[in-house]
Write a protein that binds this ligand. Structure first.
Ligand code: SF4
Length: 423
């Protein structure tokens, strides 16, 4: 089995999902997971020049010789990289062109909730959490090999694994029409959900990457978010909210730091400030991290969700990062996006952050409340200028502090990743 990232190593190694899946698969003695990332174009050219197929990082085994290749579709922009990877591995693009001599190509990740654009390229897709689904898939592959089953018989056995979508068992009836099920009893797919995160193996001895974007001990403290902001796909697809217990988190932190030697840890979730026991966990972890000068990073915060005592404690350890998502300042737009009215809260939250010398990444949502005919409304123009003013003010305040700062501006009513503009 190979968890594969259709992103380059520097990005892929920062992604916690592949580490969690590798841990879950490798916990079974009969399975073994290795990693593969998209090579840069120069490396790909060298591979092609020497007629060398893409191979795994750990054992340098060509992808085509594996039983299963699992690809994490974390966002739609990586779709073309999937074909790039298959091409480099000399694996036919389409599921219909592959046979028993090829590995099973499986997709997972958030983008599979809109599966159809890439459905012809995959034999199966995991819709939802992969921690229990992937070992289930591998068990079916193992049995199929033992029993000498055909590829079609193997796919039929995967129907029983929760969360598995097999595109070839549905017929495309054209744009706007529902898919037609071809197998009786397999008409719909329920999302795979891990009920209790505490029962899932979490990677404490995380592989130390070389030049990864995020090089730190990442702890997933919770999964899911119930805020329901209308522009947010993750808030919808990762429901319900599930939180790790404090004992489990303490074990991950203690063991993780001891095994990796990291000097920074990150408390990850969709909305970290909404973790119900954040104050307690932070207090519990603070002494441990402070004595070792280990920085704590809070990567995803709604404005007003973090208490000032926590901010003060973070800044007293070492300069580190906090990501604030202020959302809309226009009451009508905030209501429309179900964000709650946040006018003024951004300004009340930001000054302490700046004062405490934290590197700050801020996402500004430029509202387009009446932009129905494609033109910017007066309110939209005013919102843009407010955003620019906020950026200028923050830059002026931070200029004398020597902190790193990154701003991202995006339109609130379009896909965030595609419209991001880095300033
Ligand atoms: S709070 Fe954040 S993660 Fe939750 S729904 Fe809103 S944007 Fe999404």
């Amino acid at each position: 089995m190979r968890p594969r990232l259709p992103d380059m190593y520097e990005i892929g190694m920062s992604y916690l999902g592949q580490k969690i899946l590798s841990e879950c698969i490798n916990a079974h003695p009969q399975f073994w997971a290795e990693r593969v990332f998209t090579p840069c174009v120069e490396t790909a050219a060298i591979l092609r020049e020497h007629n060398t197929p893409l191979a795994t990082l750990e054992s340098d085994t060509p992808l085509g010789e594996m039983d299963v290749v699992g690809i994490s579709l974390t966002h739609e922009l990586c779709y073309t990289n999937v074909l790039f990877l298959l091409d480099l591995a000399n694996i036919p693009f389409r599921s219909a062109d592959r046979d028993e001599s090829h590995p099973l190509i499986i997709a997972g990740g958030g983008a599979t909730f809109n599966a159809e654009p890439v459905a012809p390229f995959f034999d199966a897709m995991v819709i939802g959490d992969g921690e229990e689904a992937m070992p289930g898939v591998l068990a079916c592959v193992e049995k199929a090999k033992e029993d000498g089953l055909s590829r079609d018989e193997l796919l039929r056995s995967l129907i029983n694994v929760p969360g598995i979508y097999i595109p070839s068992f549905f017929e495309d009836q054209g744009a706007g029409q529902p898919l037609k099920p071809l197998i009786e009893g397999y008409e719909s797919i329920d999302k795979a959900v891990v009920d209790d995160l505490n029962k899932i193996n979490f990677p404490k001895g995380q592989t130390i990457p070389f030049n990864a974007v995020h090089d730190r001990l990442t702890m997933e403290i919770a999964r899911g978010c119930t805020r329901g902001c209308r522009f947010c796909q993750a808030g919808m697809i990762y429901r319900p909210v599930r939180e790790r217990s404090l004992d489990n988190l303490d074990e991950i932190l203690t063991e993780g730091l001891a095994k990796t030697g990291y000097e920074e840890t990150s408390m990850l979730s969709l909305s970290t400030g909404d973790f119900s026991a954040l104050d307690t966990f932070f207090t519990q972890s603070f002494d441990k991290c402070a004595s070792e000068q280990i920085a704590i990073s809070l990567p995803s915060l709604r404005v007003g969700s973090l208490s000032e005592p926590i901010m003060e404690r973070i800044s007293s350890i070492r300069r580190t990062g906090a990501t604030l998502a202020p959302g809309s300042r226009q009451p009508a737009v905030a209501r429309r996006h179900q964000q709650g009215h946040q006018r003024g809260r951004t300004h009340r939250t930001c000054p302490p952050v700046v004062r405490q010398r934290l590197a700050r990444r801020q996402t500004l949502l430029h509202d387009r409340p009446a932009d129905r005919d494609g033109r910017r409304s007066r309110r939209h123009r005013r919102s843009l200028s407010q955003g620019a003013r906020l950026r200028r003010t923050a830059l002026e305040k931070i200029a004398g502090l020597g902190s790193g700062i990154a701003f991202r501006a995006q339109a609130a009513d379009t896909v965030p990743v595609g419209t991001a503009k880095h300033i």
